[in-house]
Structure formats: C-alpha cells, structure tokens
Write a protein of this length. Structure first.
Length: 229
C-alpha cells in the first residue's frame, strides 16, 4: 500500500515537472514571438506568434494568462536583451569618453537592429505598465550605480546621480527613437557622434558644478563589479 507521504512526494514531483515544462514552453513562445515581430513588424499578432511557434493560437494561452501576460513576458525578454547589449559598459575599463562612446554605440546599434521590437513594445503598454519605460528604468538604475561610484570618488554629492542617469538615458532613448522613425538621411554613426558630444557636455557641466574638472580621455580606475542584471 502506498503511504500518504509517498503519494505527496509523487504529487510534488509532478507539480515541479509541470512547472518546469511550463516555464520552458513560455521561453520557447517568447522566442517565437521575437522572430514573428522581426518578420511581421510591430503589429505582429498572436496568430503570427502561434504560427511561428508551430501551435494553434489557444495553446499559447495555456502557458500565459492572456495577451497582457504574453506581452509582459516579451517586454521582460527585451529588457534582458538591451541590458545584455549594454553589458560592455558596466565592464568597461578606460576613460569617460570611452564609456560614453561604448554605451551610445551599443544602445543605438541595438535599436537599429531591433526597431520592430521597440515599436511593438511602444504599442503594447498596458495601464501603468509601460514596457519601454521599464527598459529605460533598468538601464538608468544601473547607470545610477556607476555615477554614484565616480561621484563618491570625486567627493561630489551623490544625491543627483539618479537624476543625471535618467536624464542621460532619456536623452539617448528619445533621440534614437525619433531617429528610428524618421532618420531624415542622418546615418547612425552621425547620430551617435551627436549623442556622445551632448552627453559629455551634460556630464562635464555636472562635474564642474561639483568642483571637478575631468579630462574626458583620462583613464579612470574601474568601478567595482556590478550585480548581474
């Protein structure tokens, strides 16, 4: 006769396997969604996603709690993709100008290659959940930590670090997003050069207001490792 504890363990095992299978299928459907968006554009439908995944539409919703849950999973994956593209910034060794250049090139490069995904996220914000804003916030929080480190090293007031970080991210994102929709003949390299110059001027002004004059090409001591995103 099977004991109650053995039955319980068996039930727990099945639940764990189901949870693992559901999570794996969710990841597969999100990857299919990214491919469908790249192919069909920002208005890719759940039908496109299901077709790309090779399943019937209703099967998608066995693994997601409706379209909002699916869209949020796509947004979460997009945030990971962007922050992964920017990882060289957090691991950079060099000068302030090198850091700015790498960050701008990574961000504008990702946007140029993933324009449809960016537009998809912009079109599918729900209520107080704004997928594009969520991505900006993830990047700005990481940048805040970086600014706090160097402001502390320079003896500056770190209370402004967050405002500066969000200002930089907002500048890059809004300009790059507008360029994506209407480049007006401006190549990405020219846009990046403009953004690099503007960001340095913003940072230089902030540093000077704090009594610091920094050569943008001076090699800086590396920051401590940042936590995984």
């Amino acid at each position: 006769m099977t004991s109650p504890s053995a039955t319980s363990r068996s039930g727990d095992g099945r639940a764990a396997r189901w949870a693992g299978q559901r999570e794996r299928r969710r990841r597969e459907f999100v990857e299919a969604a990214l491919r469908a968006i790249a192919e069909h554009g920002p208005r890719a439908s759940t039908a496109h996603i299901a077709e790309e995944a090779g399943v019937a539409r209703p099967q998608l919703y066995k693994h997601f709690d409706g379209a909002t849950d699916l869209n949020q999973a796509i947004a979460d994956e997009a945030a990971l993709l962007v922050t992964s593209a920017l990882r060289p910034v957090w691991e950079l060794r060099g000068s302030a100008m090198q850091l700015i250049t790498v960050a701008v090139d990574a961000h504008t490069g990702w946007l140029a290659e993933n324009g449809n995904l960016y537009r998809y996220l912009s079109l599918r914000s729900h209520g107080d959940r704004n997928a594009v804003a969520d991505v900006r916030t993830v990047i700005a929080r990481q940048l805040t930590q970086l600014f706090e480190h160097y402001m502390t090293m320079f003896g500056m007031d770190i209370r402004i670090a967050e405002s500066v970080a969000f200002g930089v991210v907002g500048l890059v994102d809004s300009c790059a997003a507008q360029w994506l929709e209407n480049p007006r003949g401006v190549p990405r390299t020219e846009l990046a050069a403009l953004l690099i110059r503007w960001i340095w001027r913003l940072l230089d002004d902030t540093l000077r207001a704090g009594g610091v004059e920094l050569d943008p090409h001076l090699t800086l001591p590396p920051p401590p490792p940042q936590p995984a995103l």
